[in-house]
Design a protein around this ligand. Structure first.
Ligand code: MN
Length: 326
């Protein structure tokens, strides 16, 4: 996916007072962002936002659907570049055709992880397939730490087996959760999992106290450690918790995506589809893309032009900083 919302988040605003409860969950709401294209499919973005830039190394959460592609036109994101990050495509419904400048050609399907590493530079296109009627899923980005931010291009596909834990069925696509571990390499300690919660169920999952967590609710109403979250909301839980308690008090199944990781301490500069450490990093990446440099390679078999980078703002791009939690 490509970030067409190029306004950098304001890192200064958003200080919020909180109660001093032992387990405190911040509720982050989504804003609608059109992806572009002729009919402009819209996504719900919960990260980054004013109140929060990162959860672990997770730095971008787009949530979309369920959309009838007859109405929205589906997904058609022309070839575009990435630097300094990994992209995770995770679907609940539908199918997306992924092509990248490594020559990867993959079909992204529900319950299957597709992880693309665009360290120094990669480009890709994403198009929902003709057979897709309902498109529903998430697109996530992971920031690479400084020592790996120029990592070689890579693409991994992995299908986690569903596991039963209490009243939940979980699919661990990255990292570890409740004794289940994904074999796919991460560059910082991370967790990523889909959770299906039975009606009238409470599930207690072991947490890593060094991790902060985000729970994106896809469907239904879920309580995270007592705090109610509605569909499309993201609950943020700081470090220091040994368990995560998930409750579905309703008559319908609920679904959520759990993301976690150790707090990412480096300052990053995030603009369009690039992550760097400085304004100059971004200018260099943008220039390379505009000049069709080998840095990003070539995506074959896309019917149309590649995405041009937007104009840079007049101001110098500055790092995004997580506001202090307290
Ligand atoms: Mn992308």
């Amino acid at each position: 996916m490509s970030d067409v919302d190029v306004e950098p988040a304001d890192p200064r605003g958003g200080a919020v007072d909180h109660d001093e409860a032992p387990t405190r969950v911040d509720v982050l709401t989504a804003r609608d962002v059109p992806l572009g294209g002729p009919r402009a499919m819209t996504v719900r973005r919960t990260l980054p936002q004013r109140a929060r830039t990162l959860i672990g190394a997770w730095c971008f959460i787009d949530h979309y659907g369920p959309d009838d592609v007859a109405d929205t036109g589906g997904m058609d994101v022309a070839p575009h570049p990435h630097t300094g990050l990994q992209t995770v495509s995770w679907l609940f419904s539908g199918e997306i055709e992924h092509r990248d400048s490594m020559g990867s050609h993959a079909l992204v399907r529900p319950g299957e992880l597709n992880l693309m590493t665009g360290g120094y530079g990669i480009s890709h296109s994403e198009v929902s397939t003709a057979g897709t009627t309902i498109l529903h899923g998430v697109q996530l980005w992971v920031a690479l730490p400084g020592e790996h931010r120029h990592a070689a291009r890579d693409f991994r596909h992995y299908v986690p087996s569903p596991m039963r834990v209490g009243g939940a069925e979980i699919r661990v696509f990255l990292g570890s959760l409740a004794g289940h571990t994904s074999p796919v390499r991460t560059f910082t300690p991370l967790t990523g999992a889909e959770l299906l919660l039975e009606p009238h169920s409470t599930t207690t999952l072991p947490a890593d106290s060094a991790f902060e967590y985000g729970l994106l609710v896809d469907r239904g109403d879920v309580r995270l450690c007592g705090t109610p979250l509605r569909a499309a909301e993201l609950g943020y839980l700081p470090t220091g918790n040994d368990t995560l308690t998930l409750t579905n008090e309703t008559d319908a199944p609920a679904r959520a995506v759990l993301l976690g990781g150790t707090p990412f301490e480096e300052q990053i500069v995030m603009w369009w589809n690039f992550i760097g450490r400085s304004h100059e990093d971004i200018v260099e990446a943008r220039t390379a893309w505009q000049n069709a440099s080998d840095r990003f390679g070539h995506v074959g078999s896309y019917d149309g032009e590649r995405l041009p980078a937007p104009a840079l703002p007049n101001a110098t791009l500055t790092p995004r900083i997580n506001p202090a939690h307290h």
